[in-house]
Design a protein around this ligand. Sequence first.
Ligand SMILES: Cc1cc2nc3c(=O)[nH]c(=O)nc-3n(C[C@H](O)[C@H](O)[C@H](O)COP(=O)(O)OP(=O)(O)OC[C@H]3O[C@@H](n4cnc5c(N)ncnc54)[C@H](O)[C@@H]3O)c2cc1C
Length: 306
Amino acid sequence: MNTDWQASEIPEALCRLIRPHVPMRLHTSLRVGGPATWLATPRSGDEFVAAMDWVVAQEIPWFVLGRGTNVIFDETGYRGLVFDLSELTGLHLDGATVRVMAGKSLPSLVQEVSRRGLAGLEWACGIPGSIGGAVVMNAGAFGQDLASILSSIRLLQEDGIRVVEAEELALGYRTSRLRTGELRGIVLEATLALMEGDSSACMARIEHFTTLRAKSQPQGASCGSVFVNPAEGPTAGQLLDRAGCKGLRIGCVEVSHLHANFIINYGENNANDILELIEQMHDAVLRTSGISLQREICMASSSEIR
Ligand SMILES: Cc1cc2nc3c(=O)[nH]c(=O)nc-3n(C[C@H](O)[C@H](O)[C@H](O)COP(=O)(O)OP(=O)(O)OC[C@H]3O[C@@H](n4cnc5c(N)ncnc54)[C@H](O)[C@@H]3O)c2cc1C
């Protein structure tokens, strides 16, 4: 193990991709997180693979970030290199088959395919994450999820790139074998099977879902739902509401009055307050309902090397 990786010299070809000491609060929707030693923002698959080869050769700890809408970095940040995939946004259409690079944001993908009359992804219009993050989390809304349209992915592993069929990912409610760590690697690209449809009908569905979301989703810096719903019975939001969590506040972070499973951050540099509030929410439900809610949000602590 290379304990002196911070002394590694960045190869010239990678210098323009890699920036030192970048605050993670600028790259997460909750707006918290201290600095990463390095942040790499590749603009093509080849640049990404080159950066990954270097990181692996130097034994540098690394973490992959999609759009940062479901992840918390603590205030110590990340000791290692964070890959920011937000520039990997290529899109290729072949009839109703869509190949899309991992960093593409769901809202922009939904707009682009819907304008062309490709149906099946409209439910995702308000999910601010990337397609790569959506695969890992099996993102979903309004009773639909990525599992229903995902055909396969290209997965970068430490020994190369391979195609993984959707069935191998064991996509379930907000989970996958990538999320659980049974399968390791980075989603480079996803292939989706959409349906030929009518663009105005797609746009009307987007408008419908946007209106529904506006009624139920609080505004402000958040990570979406903090906890996943239990397999049966009341939703996490209902349990948190019954436990009196709405309005619970630590410093500048508060449980939304509109939706008890959302926290809104009005401050910055306050990851500890967020983590403490999440624990209080969890404990309140355990006390009142005897249910131990599971977090939906991912932790990107310095010890996590995926
Ligand atoms: C306002 C708001 C509303 C939301 N609404 C919904 C909703 O309705 N439904 C829903 O499902 N989610 C929702 N979310 C949560 C979030 O947008 C989704 O979980 C999304 O899929 C996360 O994508 P991301 O790119 O932001 O992932 P990140 O937060 O960047 O990463 C999440 C995890 O995935 C890993 N990861 C990311 N990209 C890759 C990749 N290419 N390869 C391998 N691992 C990767 C990261 O390492 C991390 O462990 C919401 C969030 C917000 C802020």
